[in-house]
Structure formats: structure tokens, C-alpha cells
Design a protein around this ligand. Structure first.
Ligand SMILES: O=c1ccn([C@@H]2O[C@H](COP(=O)(O)OP(=O)(O)O[C@H]3O[C@H](CO)[C@@H](O)[C@H](O)[C@H]3O)[C@@H](O)[C@H]2O)c(=O)[nH]1
Ligand SMILES: [Mn+2]
Length: 637
């Protein structure tokens, strides 16, 4: 009993010609590091003793079993596999009760990694789906617990010949209906199904076991078949790699003379169907030292003669194997022609693909051709569009396998990281503010704004002497340009005064000489066009331009003196004119607001008193309010 509690890998050998498979399978498991016991069931009545001896070199235990032949083999012919007549012998696996668990593998399987986890799988019976009918499992790989109940049940079915394919897979699928499904990567069968190539490319690295189902087995096929990159041919290469590691003959001819000699020495091979049993004994000549029994059952050796010739012999009239692009290993049975590498002296074999014109091949003296020699004619991308209907090229890209790091140290972050770069933002270039379009003529040479704030004003206001002229509210002469607002402050500066007193209380419309002139030109125009206007007639004669420096007509507002008006002089008030008779008529032309006393008579104190009186009246006699409002509404109507 080993660490897996008696779990073993096990295969079955029914005939000598499957010996290479059994041997390569065992090597693939060992090469991949499994420590588990390797067991081989074999049928002594059907095998040569040398075959059994050979098995002993790699298998830990050999278990002889009686072969169980299907007496009603009709269904085998549905598969065209009469050679599977004895595969009912597989049910002997359930009699291996000396082992707790058996991972059974067909002889035509290789391991790309040892699937040791299957040795401890918690399932009574597990397998992977079959590519031909995925509801069924493929019986080439099974994880099972040997037990006599299943054994006798299976044997009963077998004796009655109950199997839909006439072999073990049909029988086992009828018995184990509830099988534990394992990943296809545990029993990956090469196939040419529509989904196969992309899936293969994707899952390739996860494959544990490859199963070469079908009548043709890797050891009966050449080492290399083009296209080399097709999944089947790549997997075939994997089988041959293991085989070569353990059994490749030491002699490899390299010169053309050696090639010729070796080919002649091996001679033509007989009917391939006769290679069962002893008829194969003559096949390897003395020129090739035979150290093991295995190579004599390896038909693949024959058609490559353990070498690849440097170039196809010329003249060549048939397609060399290298041009075999539509290889379908599961369907084709090897013909004699397929088992021969075409060298000059061998009779004309049947080509596998339509013969290409000789011009498609390179001439013999050119360097050794590789697979690409037989590619489609070269394409000049600078001159023509890509050729249509060519083979995809991605599949032939180099594949790389990366290994996980085995470093067991924890990641240590660096003590500091470099400073992040600064000033990475984009400086938006400043767009110059567009100058506001000028409306009035004086704006073209407008003086710089001279607004002054409170602090600065303290000094400015203290110094200037207000001209007496302005105290009398006369308009400023043109010789006095509009300067800082302090020159127009008529209220003497008082440090305790409210801040509003410090503001400019001049009206540019009254005091800016340019505005004065502008108004005069407009008035002039109005005079010409509206002759009948009484204001125009009285205001401006329209005969001579106004006298510069004196514009009494245009002055319409000013700050009233404290005598004129008791309220605070916050805003300029309309000038109450008495000096110009026609001015008065102009003012009289404006209708006075109804119910509002004139500016001059407005007494804010009296008005406040009145407001207060009304307010208290409403509070004391609310009923009067409604009658008041009703009266007001009636008035409005
Ligand atoms: O002449 C033979 C034939 C078969 N076997 C053994 O039986 C197994 C099954 O035969 P195989 O040629 O591998 O069959 P497959 O092509 O794999 O065909 C399918 O169908 C078979 C019959 O149902 C099942 O046994 C397989 O697992 C299943 O993959 C082989 O691996 C060997 O272990 C021999 O030893 N010698
Ligand atoms: Mn098989």
C-alpha cells in the first residue's frame, strides 16, 4: 500500500502490436514524476513472452487476465473496429480488489503531466465525455473502485453481448449511467470537429492526458506530418518525443549515401495488417541495432526511416508526405502507400492529396526545404491584396509556456517610491478680454477710470478746496475737466459721517462737457426735424452752435441745497428753474403725478408722521381698512 492508499495507474495489453503504446504511456507518467504504482493487465494467451518481459521494464506489477471476447461482434463492425473484439477484457479491472482505486488508461494515451490528483478522487466511477457522443464517457480513461458487484454485473452484460458498440465503451456506458464527469483535459482526444482547433489553442496548456483514439495509432504513423501545426500533428509529435527519448535508434543516417543505404537495407514492408504477432520479426535489419522489443512494433519508423531527407528526390511525380495537409487520422486506415516514405526505389505509392504541379516545388539543389517550402506562392503586399482562401497563420505562431514563480519570499515594498511628477497640468493660454464696443463718441478718448476707495479718499478729500462757483450749483466750465470725484464733493468732509457721504454726487450728464456737447447735437437735430416742437423752439434757436463753456439748457438735475430741500441730498434732484420762463413751460408740459405732492413740497417728516398715523389707525380699527381698500379700488376703476 502506498501513500494513496493503494491507488494505482493501470493499463491493459491485449496484443503485441500495442506494446509501444503501453511502454510510452508508462514512460510519460514516470517522466512527469509520478510515484504511483504502474500496473499492466495482460492476456498471456495472446502475447509473446518477449512482450511481457518488455512490460516488466517499466510496470511495477503485471496482472495476467483471461481475455474476454465478444461472441456477438456485429456491433464492432459499426465502428469498423474488429480488432477491439477482446476489449471486454477491461471489465477485469473491477476484479482488482487489491487496489482501492484504479486510474485506468488505454495504451494509446500519453501523459503531458501526471494526473496524480485522480488517484485520490472521491468518486465511485469517473470518466470524461467522448468526443463522438459526449453524453457517453470515453472508456479509455476511467477512475474506478474495484468491486465484485460491478464486476459480475458487467460480466453478465458482456456474456450476453450487450454493448451498443460491440466493445467495452458501449457496455460500460450501459452500466454506469451516473458517471462523475471529469474534464476533457483528462482524456483529450484529437479531433477535427468544428470547435476543436480554437478550443485546443485555448485549453492546450491545461491538457493532462492525450488519447489517440481510432484505428491508427501514433506508433503506426510517421513522426512528422504536415501541417506540423495542426492539433493532431502536434500531439502526435508529443508521442514521438517520448518514444524517441526512450527508444530512438542510435543510428541516424545523414548523408544521402547513408540515406539510400538505410532505405535499401530496410527494404519494402509487407502488408501492414500482418504486423500482429510473429510476422514482424524480420523487419529491422542487422544494420540497425535492436536493443528493445518496442521498436519492432513501431511502424512509424518505417516510413520515415528515422530521418527526414534533406529534400524531395527529383524528379518527383507524387505528393510527398510533407504536403499532406488534410490529414484525418481517425478516418483513414493506413494503406501500403501511406506506410512508405517515397524514396526512389519504392514502387509508385498512392498520393494522399491531389498531386501538385512540379513547378510548385523548389528545385532540388536549393537549400533543404521545410514545411514552408510548400506554402502558397509568395504574396507581395506592396502590389496586390492578400490572397484569398489561404490557411490561417495564427496557429503556426510560436507557443510559449510560462511557469509560475517559485519564489517563496513575500513581496517587500521599497522603502520609498519616486516622487510623482509635478506641474503636469496644461496651462490654458489666457485669452485677452475683448474691448467693449464703443457706443458714444467720447468713449474713444475716455479718461482712465479714477474710482477711489474710502481709505485713499481720506487724504484726497482733506486737501482740495472746493471752488465757490460749484457751491452755487453752477455747471462746471469746460476748463475744469472732470477730475477725481473729490473735486465735486460738496459736503465738507466729516470723519464721523456715514460712508455714503464720501461718494461722488456729481452727475456726468450734467457736468461732462463732452456729454453736454452730444446732447446739444441731438437737440440740434431734433430742432431741424421737429420744427413744431414747442420745447425745441424755446430751448434751442438752432441757428448758431451753442456757445462753448456755457450750457444752461441741458442741466436737468442737481443736488438741492439744504434750504431748498430738507431731506438728505443722496441723489440729484430735478432743478427747480425760475430764471428761464420757457424752461418753466417745458416743465409744466409734464403732467404731475396724481396724489403726490411736488418734490419741493415733499416733507419727509410730515409724510412719516402721516404713515405712522395710518398704521396705528389700522391696528386700532381694522374694519376701516376694508372700506378704505374698497374705496381705493373704486377710485382706480
Ligand atoms: O489490438 C488491441 C486492441 C485494443 N487493445 C487494448 O484495448 C484498448 C482499447 O482499444 P483502442 O484501440 O485504444 O480503442 P480506441 O481507439 O481508443 O476506441 C474507443 O473504443 C474502444 C472500444 O469501446 C474503447 O476501449 C476505447 O477506450 C475507446 O477510446 C487499447 O488502448 C489497449 O489497451 C490492445 O491491447 N490491443
Ligand atoms: Mn484508446
Amino acid at each position: 500500500m502506498d501513500s494513496n492508499g493503494g491507488a494505482v495507474y493501470c493499463t491493459l495489453l491485449l496484443s503485441d502490436n500495442y506494446l509501444p503504446g503501453a511502454m510510452v504511456l508508462a514512460h510519460s507518467l514516470r517522466d512527469n514524476g509520478t510515484k504511483a504504482k504502474l500496473v499492466a493487465l495482460f492476456t498471456p494467451d495472446r502475447l509473446q513472452s518477449t512482450t511481457i518481459d518488455e512490460l516488466r521494464t517499466v510496470y511495477d506489477e503485471l496482472v495476467p487476465v483471461n481475455s474476454m471476447v465478444n461472441d456477438t461482434p456485429a456491433n464492432l463492425w459499426l465502428m469498423d473496429r474488429p480488432d477491439l473484439i477482446a476489449t471486454f477484457t477491461k471489465i477485469e479491472l473491477w476484479r482488482l480488489t487489491q487496489y482501492q482505486r484504479v486510474v485506468y488508461l488505454d495504451c494509446d494515451i500519453i501523459a503531458l503531466r501526471a494526473p496524480d490528483e485522480l488517484l485520490s478522487l472521491e468518486a465511485d466511477f469517473a470518466a470524461a465525455p467522448d468526443v463522438g457522443w459526449p453524453d457517453c464517457f470515453n472508456s479509455g480513461m476511467m477512475v474506478l473502485r474495484p468491486n465484485l458487484q460491478d464486476y459480475y454485473a458487467l460480466r453478465a452484460l458482456a456474456q450476453r453481448g450487450i454493448s451498443f458498440d460491440g466493445a467495452d465503451q458501449g457496455l460500460l456506458n450501459m452500466h454506469f449511467k451516473d458517471w462523475h464527469r471529469l474534464s476533457f483535459t483528462y482524456n483529450c482526444t484529437p479531433s477535427a470537429n468544428y470547435q476543436y482547433i480554437p478550443a485546443y489553442k485555448h485549453f492546450q496548456s491545461t491538457i493532462s492526458l492525450i488519447h489517440f483514439i481510432g484505428a491508427r495509432k501514433p506508433w503506426n504513423m510517421p513522426r512528422q506530418i504536415v501541417p506540423l501545426e495542426s492539433p493532431y500533428n502536434q500531439l502526435l509529435g508529443q508521442w514521438w518525443a517520448i518514444y524517441d527519448r526512450h527508444y530512438r535508434l542510435p543510428f541516424v543516417p545523414t548523408t544521402s549515401a547513408e540515406i539510400e543505404k538505410t532505405a535499401l537495407a530496410q527494404g519494402p514492408v509487407g502488408d501492414p495488417t500482418s504486423f500482429h504477432g510473429k510476422s514482424v520479426e524480420h523487419e529491422h535489419s542487422a544494420a540497425v541495432p535492436v536493443l528493445s522489443m518496442v521498436p519492432q512494433y513501431v511502424r512509424g519508423e518505417e516510413h520515415v526511416s528515422t530521418f527526414i531527407p534533406p529534400f524531395p528526390p527529383a524528379p518527383i511525380t507524387f505528393a510527398p508526405r510533407l504536403s499532406h495537409e488534410t490529414y484525418e487520422p481517425e478516418i483513414q486506415t493506413p494503406t501500403q502507400a501511406q506506410l512508405h516514405y517515397p524514396s526512389g526505389h519504392i514502387h509508385q505509392p498512392q498520393p494522399l492529396v491531389p498531386i501538385r504541379p512540379i513547378s510548385e516545388y523548389q528545385s532540388p539543389p536549393s537549400p533543404a526545404p521545410d514545411a514552408s517550402t510548400f506554402e502558397a506562392p509568395t504574396w507581395d503586399p506592396s502590389r496586390e491584396p492578400p490572397p484569398v482562401n489561404t490557411r490561417p497563420e495564427g496557429i503556426s505562431l510560436q507557443q510559449k509556456t510560462y511557469n509560475m514563480s517559485e519564489d517563496t519570499h513575500l513581496f517587500q515594498p521599497p522603502s520609498s517610491y519616486p516622487e510623482a511628477p509635478k506641474n503636469m497640468w496644461y496651462e490654458v493660454p489666457a485669452k485677452p478680454e475683448p474691448k467693449p464696443t464703443t457706443v458714444f463718441p467720447w468713449e474713444h478718448h475716455a479718461p482712465k477710470p479714477t474710482r477711489v476707495f474710502a481709505e485713499a479718499l481720506v487724504e484726497l478729500v482733506e486737501t482740495p478746496t472746493v471752488p465757490s462757483e460749484q457751491k452755487q450749483h453752477s455747471p462746471p466750465s469746460e476748463s475744469t475737466p472732470p477730475g477725481p470725484s473729490s473735486s465735486y464733493t460738496r459736503v465738507p468732509y466729516e470723519p464721523s459721517a456715514e460712508s455714503w457721504q464720501t461718494y461722488t454726487r456729481s452727475n456726468a450728464w450734467d457736468e461732462d462737457p463732452e456729454i453736454q456737447r452730444y446732447i446739444e447735437t441731438i437737440q440740434g437735430r431734433r430742432t431741424k426735424s421737429q420744427v413744431t416742437s414747442p420745447g425745441a423752439q424755446s430751448n434751442s434757436p438752432g441757428k448758431s452752435p451753442p456757445t462753448p463753456g456755457f450750457h444752461p439748457n441741458t442741466k436737468i438735475t442737481d443736488f438741492p441745497t439744504e434750504v431748498e430741500r430738507p431731506s438728505l441730498p443722496v441723489t440729484p434732484a430735478p432743478i427747480h428753474r425760475t430764471s428761464y420762463g420757457n424752461e418753466a413751460s417745458g416743465t409744466a408740459a409734464l403732467p404731475t403725478a396724481e396724489g403726490v405732492c411736488s418734490q419741493e413740497e415733499w416733507n419727509p417728516l410730515a409724510q412719516l408722521e402721516e404713515l405712522h398715523r395710518q398704521h396705528s389707525e389700522v391696528l386700532e380699527h381694522p374694519e376701516r381698512l376694508s372700506s378704505r381698500l374698497a374705496a381705493a379700488a373704486y377710485r382706480e376703476r
